[in-house]
Design a protein around this ligand. Structure first.
Ligand SMILES: NC(=O)C1=CN([C@@H]2O[C@H](COP(=O)(O)OP(=O)(O)OC[C@H]3O[C@@H](n4cnc5c(N)ncnc54)[C@H](OP(=O)(O)O)[C@@H]3O)[C@@H](O)[C@H]2O)C=CC1
Ligand SMILES: O=C1O[C@H](COP(=O)(O)O)[C@@H](O)[C@H](O)[C@H]1O
Length: 606
């Protein structure tokens, strides 16, 4: 196709603290978060209330008697890490509670002895950069505001730029915001947060500079057991240097050391494998948290809930009923400011090979044995390993060109000063992928990702088959495509789940139309949805790996895309040009049509 040039119920589950063992902590850590609360109608006994991660109660499973407080002996039977997790959840979920019954956090907080002996240090490496300012510091502040960080925590910024602690605070403070629905004490909280932020300037490959950081970290930790999290918010070519220096000179001697690595994890199978091998010289796999922030998005988290906790969906989840599945990402802006990075990667590596493929794996996996990270990741790997390598004839690539509209001119990709004039890096791609297993044999999984399009959105669209022998086909005219059901998970913006159904238009005649059963999050859940980085940072702090990418997942993901990327690059495949702000190259329509599908986002009735 390319041209060759050169919900929730209101019932609550209660767990008796006396039966609260490691296993229950483990299962809670993967399924839900915890709230400890004191309730007068339960004889003032402390109770553990299971809540979904957005604070709404989970469906009831059972109701146990509550017999004792969570005391030292219970805590001491729990491993230190779990204890820390338990404590942090305690703070966190107090804050997630909804409704008038919510009590001020500070009054309910019981500081457990273990917590006073532990310190968490988060070092943001590349603190002067875009991602750190835009996402990481604000997410850390949101966690602090929500009471999700432990009592003793320190945040360090590390980069080459010379800055004082005060200057870092000034830089961070410009990007901090309060949640719309939680402004109480926000200014004070910001002050408190900023007081815990410090800066160390150093080179990324200097062990000496990391040893200095270590000294500063130790000062702040004040002899407490130290847990250290390093967030690598830097270009990938310096990941290994930083990991070497941090692990050799600044890792914790008393607690855990973990490293969050930002994408890109390599450019292809070889470079990704090389990166993994290099990181593993200094870190165990359990210490590496490869982040894909799409996995932290609310609707992506909900995908498995929707599938596995609703009887109505899972039986339909196969080639028997599903005609095609579409994963759509679009942005209504170009590479503005990130052309240097982007030109070396392109949209397939930037969005498809990671964000969209991760969602696909979650969508298509078999039911995992449990919600434990390894069980889920095992299933994702199986799906990825069952996928066919992507072929050139199943791909369309595009690049945006300049466009003037309403007196405004939008520059084309190659007009961006950070991009070479003759660049053929794709800013748009559409692809048809296939999973060769019993469940999905023959079903096209269509992906589309593009920058500088007409709209910003990310969604999953499941198009179901026609109703066999549909009695009502005449009432629809000839366009049977219109008569199929479609389930849409709108990841962003305006999070929603809707199901397109056929319905009789009220009246004496018999005319049908398509209507939506619509779960619009802003109506159903008026609370602000936490940013993906908040969820993922909290998970990394708690040691929850479910939403991070394991090295074998990464290998399998690269295997699908690497041959295609090589072919595109070695044959210098020219992208189809599309105007800035348009719906993208027309080739994408032909690709969908080849597999008897139509892009759901372009149907005009969403
Ligand atoms: N920005 C975003 O929206 C997203 C970014 N990412 C990934 O996150 C990471 C950080 O992104 P972002 O903040 O945009 O990156 P930046 O380009 O802003 O780099 C972060 C910091 O790294 C240092 N740095 C930059 N270039 C070099 C270099 N060539 N050699 C050594 N140090 C350098 C700079 O700090 P100093 O000069 O002070 O040392 C800079 O402030 C990257 O891996 C990126 O791919 C992933 C998803 C989204
Ligand atoms: O990883 C990336 O994601 C952003 C889009 O993230 P979103 O959460 O704002 O949808 C994208 O702009 C960027 O190119 C890519 O590297």
């Amino acid at each position: 196709m390319a041209t060759q040039l050169n919900p929730s119920s209101s019932t609550t589950t209660l767990i008796s603290p006396s039966s609260f063992n490691q296993q229950s902590v483990k299962s809670i850590s993967t399924k839900s978060r915890l709230v400890f609360k004191t309730q007068s109608n339960f004889n003032q006994k402390k109770q553990f209330e299971l809540k979904s991660s957005n604070g709404s109660p989970l469906n009831a499973v059972s109701l146990h008697d509550v017999s004792s407080n969570m005391n030292e002996s219970v805590l001491s039977s729990i491993k230190p890490l779990r204890r820390l997790f338990l404590i942090s959840c305690y703070h966190c979920l107090l804050a997630f509670r909804v409704g008038a019954a919510e009590k001020p956090l500070a009054k309910e907080t019981v500081v457990l002895p273990e917590e006073t002996k532990t310190n968490l240090s988060v070092t943001v490496v590349g603190a002067s950069g875009d991602l750190a300012k835009k996402k990481i510091f604000p997410a850390l502040f949101a966690l602090f505001y929500e009471g999700c960080l432990p009592q003793n925590f320190t945040i360090f910024g590390y980069a080459r730029t010379k800055m004082t602690d005060e200057e870092l605070r000034e830089m961070i403070s410009r990007t901090l915001t309060c949640r719309i629905d939680k402004r109480e004490n926000c200014g004070d909280k910001m002050e408190e947060f900023l007081e815990r932020c410090f800066y160390h300037s150093g080179q990324y490959g200097s062990e000496e500079n990391f040893a200095e950081l270590d000294t500063k970290l130790k000062q702040k930790e004040g002899g407490k057991l130290s847990n250290r999290l390093f967030y690598l918010s830097i270009p990938p070519d310096i990941f290994v240097d930083v990991v070497r220096c941090a692990s050799e000179r600044a890792s914790s001697k008393t607690g855990w050391t973990r490293v969050i690595v930002e994408k890109p994890f390599g450019r292809d199978s070889e470079s990704s494998g090389e990166l993994t091998r290099s990181l593993k010289k200094y870190l165990a796999e359990e210490q590496i948290f490869r982040i894909d922030h799409y996995l932290g998005k609310e609707l992506v988290e909900n995908l498995s809930v929707l599938r596995f906790s609703n009887l109505v969906f899972e039986p339909l989840w196969s080639r028997n009923y599903i005609r095609s599945v579409q994963f759509i990402f679009s942005e209504d802006f170009g590479t503005e400011g990130r052309g240097g990075y982007f030109n070396n990667y392109g949209i397939i590596r930037d969005i498809m090979q990671n964000h969209l493929l991760q969602i696909l794996a979650l969508f298509a996996m078999e039911t995992p044995v449990s919600l434990d990270a390894e069980d889920i990741r095992n299933e994702k790997v199986k799906v990825l390993r069952s996928m066919r390598q992507l072929k050139l004839e199943d791909v369309v690539v595009g690049q945006y060109k300049g466009h003037s509209k309403g007196g405004k001119t939008f520059l084309g990709y190659t007009e961006d000063p950070t991009v070479p004039n003759d660049s053929i890096t794709p800013t748009f791609a559409a692809a048809a992928l296939f999973i060769d297993n019993a469940r999905w044999d023959g079903v096209p999984f269509l992906m589309k990702a593009g920058k500088a399009l007409n709209t910003r959105r990310a969604e999953i669209r499941v198009q179901f088959r026609h109703v066999p022998g549909n009695l009502y086909k005449r009432n629809f005219g000839t366009d049977m495509d219109k008569a199929t059901n479609e389930l849409v998970l709108r990841v962003q913006p305006n999070e929603a789940i809707f199901l397109k159904i056929n319905n009789k238009i009220p009246g004496l005649g018999m005319r049908l139309d398509r209507s939506d059963l619509n779960l619009l999050y802003s109506m159903r859940y008026p609370k602000e949805i936490p940013d993906a980085y908040e969820r993922l940072l909290l998970d990394a702090i708690e040691g929850e790996r479910r939403l991070f990418i394991r090295s074998d997942e990464l290998d399998a993901a690269w295997s699908i895309f690497t041959p295609l990327l090589k072919e595109l690059e070695s044959n210098k495949i020219a992208p189809e040009l599309y105007p800035y702000g348009s719906r993208g190259p027309v080739g994408a329509h032909y690709l969908a049509a080849k597999y008897n599908a139509r892009w759901g986002d372009l149907a005009g009735d969403d």
